[in-house]
Design a protein around this ligand. Structure first.
Ligand code: PLP
Length: 442
């Protein structure tokens, strides 16, 4: 097929997520390798978002491709109740990467159902029903995960599930209070959360669910001490601490899991994306030894036809092996340092940049109309003039492919990106930010 034919067929028959369908203009991709993609006319695009922040190892990873092929020669599918080598091996590999309190894995198809099952497990284990999660969060778009989500992608699912309670994020940049230190900020948010839990009745709260580092809502990095404070609340009241590592996990932040940056051990971890980098879709829930023990004598009332799909698990095993053999964390820290430095320069130079937040290769540029007032470039949940879309379009015209959320540009390249490639690509952002400065009249 030609690129034009692919595009026409797709727009005619495929409903695209999170979009008005009229006027869509997807780039037909003919091939992809490493951090680059090419259309049918040979134009090259750089993947600066790792697709949906999942393609950590980039395109065309030979080891993962070979592992999938090898598994197809044995069998492609066997139901969850049978023993399957890739399933068993991958579960062990994941548990081995986790802190020492973690014991077993329940596999899912992706991130949303990982969160759905994480909540179910917490409810069954605690015998409680309330679930706390934050406003600036995205946990998936299925009914339960969509209710867990705090940002506007939750609205179509409302009225929400009873017992799902939202709390405020430790979003220090947008806080009206001027904290004297990160610790002071952490203390404030933790004490407000504790107060809210008391009002809700701690004995009814099954879990606090958090993206360890908020991803699509703007890489909101919790202040030092915050997660330890949440851990303390969970311990005090017997609440399960669930870290959603779907986006932040598997090396993105320079550690294998984001919670390692904060020296805490969750009770439950949901994961997806980077476990297979999308070569075959997979997600899962890792639970602590205590929770695993509970289900020795209680039925685990969770199930999916494709739980632990052999092809996905074979891809997962090869993917985790690749992270290790390619020394991926070292590269994330090296290239991430350059990314961080570049972002700081952009912040100094461009009045439209209110804040930059980054850790490893996980970063966001927060755009404002005015640095003093911090007025966002677009209002929360609204961008009727398509301002952010036009900025992303300008980056796309330069071959820099990423996406925006609210007034934020996400920059989350594949973890294999080199320092040189980071420098080269970020020059394109610099050029586009000149236009945004002009747009706000600065
Ligand atoms: N949790 C987080 C933090 C995510 O970023 C996402 C997707 O972006 C999900 C859950 C949902 O994952 P999936 O799209 O695989 O259902």
């Amino acid at each position: 097929m030609t690129g034009e034919e692919v595009k026409n067929l797709q727009t005619k028959y495929v409903l695209q997520s999170w979009a008005k369908q009229k006027g869509l203009n997807p780039i037909p991709i003919a091939k992809a390798e490493g951090i680059y993609m090419w259309d049918f006319d040979g134009n090259r695009y750089t993947d600066m978002s790792s697709q949906l922040v999942n393609l950590n190892v980039g395109h065309g990873n030979k080891e993962i491709n070979e592992a999938i092929k090898a598994q197809t020669e044995k069998y492609c599918y066997i139901s969850p109740a049978y023993g399957s080598e890739p399933r068993a091996v991958l579960a062990k590999k994941i548990v081995d990467l986790m802190p020492d309190n973690m014991a077993k894995v329940f596999f899912t198809n992706g991130g949303a159902d990982a969160n759905e099952n994480a909540i179910k497990i917490a409810r069954m284990y605690t015998g409680r029903n309330k679930i706390f999660s934050r406003y600036r969060s995205y946990h998936g778009s299925t009914f339960g995960a969509g209710n867990l989500t705090g940002e506007p992608r939750r609205y179509p699912l409302e009225p929400g599930i009873p017992g799902f309670v939202k709390f405020f994020d430790p979003y220090v940049y947008r806080e009206k209070i001027n904290f004297e230190s990160e610790k002071a900020a952490a203390d404030y948010y933790v004490s407000k959360l504790r107060e809210q839990i008391i009002y809700e009745g701690p004995d009814s709260v099954a879990a606090i669910v958090m993206e360890t580092i908020t991803g699509s809502n703007g890489v909101i990095i919790p202040p030092e001490g915050y997660l330890k404070g949440v851990r303390k609340i969970c311990d005090e009241f017997g609440i399960m601490m669930i870290c959603d590592e779907v986006m932040a996990g598997f090396g993105r932040t320079g550690k294998m899991f984001a919670f390692e940056n904060f020296d805490v051990k969750p009770d439950i971890v949901s994961f997806a994306k980077g476990v297979t980098c999308g070569y075959v879709q997979l997600g899962g829930v890792c639970v602590s030894q205590k929770i695993a023990d509970y289900f020795e004598d209680h039925v685990l009332s969770c199930g999916l036809t494709y739980s632990g799909h052999p092809l996905a698990c074979a891809a997962g095993c090869a993917c985790l092996d690749y992270y290790e053999s390619a020394n991926i964390l070292e590269n994330v820290n090296k290239s991430g340092k350059v990314l961080g430095e570049t972002l700081e320069e952009l912040k100094k130079k461009h009045p439209c940049v209110g804040d930059v937040r980054y850790i490893g290769l996980f970063s966001a540029i927060e755009l404002v109309k005015d640095r003093e007032t911090k007025e966002p470039l677009v209002s929360y949940g609204k961008d009727p003039e398509g301002i952010m879309g036009s900025i992303i379009g300008k980056l796309k015209a330069k071959g820099f492919m990423t996406y925006s959320h609210e007034n934020m540009i996400l920059v989350t390249p594949p973890l294999i990106i080199t320092e040189e490639q980071v420098r080269e690509e970020m020059e394109k952002v610099d050029e586009v930010l000149n236009d945004v400065d002009a747009m706000i009249g600065k």
